[in-house]
Design a protein around this ligand. Sequence first.
Ligand SMILES: Cc1cc2nc3c(=O)[nH]c(=O)nc-3n(C[C@H](O)[C@H](O)[C@H](O)COP(=O)(O)OP(=O)(O)OC[C@H]3O[C@@H](n4cnc5c(N)ncnc54)[C@H](O)[C@@H]3O)c2cc1C
Length: 381
Amino acid sequence: MKREIYDEDHEAFRSSVREFLDREVVPHLEDYQSAHALSRDFWLAAGKQGFLGLEVPEEYGGSEAGDYRFNAVLTEELAKVNMTLPSCLGIHADIVAPYLVHLTTEEQKQRWLPSFCSGELLTAIGMTEPSGGSDLAGLKTTAVKDGSDWVINGSKTFITNGYSADMVLVAARTAPEKKARGITLFAVEATREGYSRGRKLDKVGQDESDTAELFFEDVRVPEENIVGELDNGFIHMMTWLPQERLGSAVTNLAHARQILDETIHYTKDRKAFGQSIGQFQHNKFLMADLVTRVEVTQAYLDQCVLAHTKGELTPIDAAKAKWWSAQVQNDVLDHCVQLHGGYGFMNEYRVARAWRDARVTKIWAGSNEIMKELIGRDLGL
Ligand SMILES: Cc1cc2nc3c(=O)[nH]c(=O)nc-3n(C[C@H](O)[C@H](O)[C@H](O)COP(=O)(O)OP(=O)(O)OC[C@H]3O[C@@H](n4cnc5c(N)ncnc54)[C@H](O)[C@@H]3O)c2cc1C
């Protein structure tokens, strides 16, 4: 089905992203995989291309597209290569960016944004803790005021870009008695005394990303490192989570769509019992089913992207987009593995890696159960 949300400018941008990926990224994919991290050269090249500053005003080094469809195009093209690229780049440029653009003082903008856009200041966001991620309001990391500084103690886990980040946006409890109303966001530079990283976590998929535990032992940060309002961090996170969930949804579907296309080609070539495996009615119907599911989901997501571009996307619609796309992606990829037979279980095949990479999408960015909880609550249940 023809998609109507993009115009010539978006498509020209898409071509430039593709060209960048072919030239600067695809040749290095194996290196990222063995290093369990994207290289700093990747970040600097993406910065040079203007891909890290789509949300950032020009005066601070960004390109301030002012149109979320450019973010969506970038995400789609990254996801066609693999799931890790949009996840890592998205954390920095799509998830942390709005906090640093919309909640910061002029001094903070000047301090952080130019190097954020160039890729010299790589960022991560630390919400999840070893004791739990779904119940964000129950987080245990504390920040206690001492003179004009704040002293942070606690730990975070599963942090994307965590191992290589130069600065982490950390959610910490500043008023224990106030629960959700007592959380504040702090920008913590990796050079601060008392800050340390654990090893790169050994994951089932997304081998190219450096996911890490972070530890804070009496980490002292000045008041000037508070991002947004004191004690209002939970509300700030709730405000920007819909963009995170939409970005996840766009990734999920673009990734599934790409692997499904490749699988359809495979089923035309692969023979069994003297015919292409795609010609067996069972497989033909299966692929008709999967293609339909992908296209119908695309129509919903496109409406969400448009709504977000106009500033009208609700948290509930973003939650629907996130859980549904993650489910569709996982269903599609499981069938794609099956259609590849034994090759589908071999890591040297893209489909196998894509399947491993996708499993987490039902867990992160708010688990699918939490998304349904939000939707159910909105129904008055
Ligand atoms: C690869 C990876 C990268 C990640 N990157 C980041 C990152 O960059 N920054 C960050 O802060 N976090 C990150 N996360 C953390 C992620 O967001 C959390 O794992 C997720 O929110 C779930 O939290 P949890 O793992 O503590 O599970 P828990 O909260 O312990 O949940 C366990 C299970 O219980 C279910 N559950 C919990 N509450 C309810 C309920 N009310 N109703 C029904 N079921 C419920 C959950 O759905 C889940 O199935 C990442 C995770 C992974 C795996």
